[in-house]
Design a protein around this ligand. Structure first.
Ligand SMILES: NC(=O)c1ccc[n+]([C@@H]2O[C@H](COP(=O)([O-])OP(=O)(O)OC[C@H]3O[C@@H](n4cnc5c(N)ncnc54)[C@H](O)[C@@H]3O)[C@@H](O)[C@H]2O)c1
Length: 329
């Protein structure tokens, strides 16, 4: 019998590479499909690798023909919110149109299990509930990045509605941070905009200063509050989602966060305290497209797919990212 593979788009990127590692360690066969625009081939520690772009239908079709694809996990995307405000069509092309290409391929090749990297950015400003935003909140994204991802959720929902065997889980990640606990992979990009990485790179002298974008938000210390989730816990959520889909023909949208937040200033302080290094953090104007507070309501994912996070601790998250940055330096 032909072996079944998971197609992992964007598997050479930050989050995808952690999921590929976990799937590999758990005995799953994978094919990573990545154009290496921001990813790195060395981060793909398991399975097959095909360098290709989701806009290249011939190469993509070739992968579906060569391997018996049993499920897709779709990470590949452009992910920088301010860039999406400056260049919206890049985001509708890479995130929405290319997702349509991939979903069409799934329909053509009868691949019925689909896990999608969605985002808290679909909520926009959320519903103002200080306990966090839950999945019932009407999504109203406030930037092209969030809209481009929400459109993909809608495509998946519409396809699932008319295709009895097609099921998807859209995981709405909050702020993903940290690195592999074995220190083998982590966020590679020197241009990373993720706060914890920027803080660590500044502490290690790779950047001159850290900018705090906006100190006049309606939050206790005036800076934005986010729900930081360890990438290792997030990887586990994908494995749990996959196991769920293998047994249950049902689609869901699930938040991935811990249900508590930290402000930019709190993160900067935590990095300084852990590393015992003082670095330059300057106050800058607000960035376009940043909501003041985004915290997840985190119950549903546990109830539906049984996800139980193990690394819900900001210091541990920073420590794992630090170990990775240090090893890379
Ligand atoms: N990092 C976060 O905090 C966060 C939060 C919410 C959602 N997400 C979502 O998670 C997913 C992964 O994010 P990440 O942080 O790992 O980003 P990343 O940039 O590290 O990974 C994206 C990967 O996709 C590849 N890629 C991009 N466009 C492609 C294309 N057209 N064809 C083939 N490959 C392509 C890149 O080379 C890269 O390897 C994205 O879909 C993003 O929207 C991330």
């Amino acid at each position: 019998m032909q072996e079944v593979y998971g197609l992992i788009t964007g598997g050479a990127g930050y989050i995808g590479s952690h999921v590929v590692k976990l799937l590999g360690e758990s005995g799953y066969k994978t094919v990573t499909y990545d154009n290496l625009s921001t990813g790195n081939k060395d981060s793909v520690l398991y399975g097959e690798f095909v360098e290709g772009d989701l806009a290249d239908l011939e190469t993509l079709d070739g992968v579906f023909k060569k391997y018996k694809i049993g499920y897709v996990i779709h990470f590949a995307a452009s992910i920088i919110v301010p860039e999406s405000v400056e260049d919206p069509m890049k985001y509708y092309q890479n995130n929405t149109q290319n997702s349509a290409n991939l979903i069409n391929m799934c329909i053509k090749h009868n691949v019925n299990n689909f896990i999608f990297s969605s985002t808290a950015a679909t909520y926009g400003l959320g519903d103002g509930n200080p306990d966090g935003v839950d999945e019932k909140c009407l999504p109203l994204p406030i930037n092209p990045y969030g809209r481009s991802k929400l459109m993909t959720e809608w495509m998946l929902e519409d396809v699932a509605n008319i295709t009895p065997d097609f099921n998807y889980i859209a995981l709405r990640y909050f702020n993903v941070s940290g690195a592999d606990l074995d220190g083998k992979i982590g966020q590679m990009s020197e241009k990373s905009t993720l706060l914890i990485n920027v803080a660590l790179q500044t502490a290690l002298g790779n950047r001159e200063q850290l900018e705090i974008f906006g100190t006049d938000y309606d939050t206790p210390d005036g800076t934005c509050i986010r729900d930081y989730i360890h990438v290792v816990d997030l990887a586990q959520a994908h494995l749990d989602a996959l196991k769920y889909l293998e047994k249950n023909p049902q689609s869901h949208i699930l938040n991935c966060g811990y249900g508590r937040g930290a402000s930019v200033k709190e993160v900067v302080k935590a990095v300084k305290e852990l590393l015992k290094i003082d670095f330059k953090a300057v106050e800058s104007p607000r960035r376009a497209g940043d909501p003041p507070v985004l915290i997840s309501k985190a119950e549903k994912i546990g109830e539906v797919i049984g996800w139980k996070p193990k690394h819900d601790n900001l210091t541990k998250i920073i420590e794992s990212a630090y170990n990775w940055q240090k090893a890379k330096n």
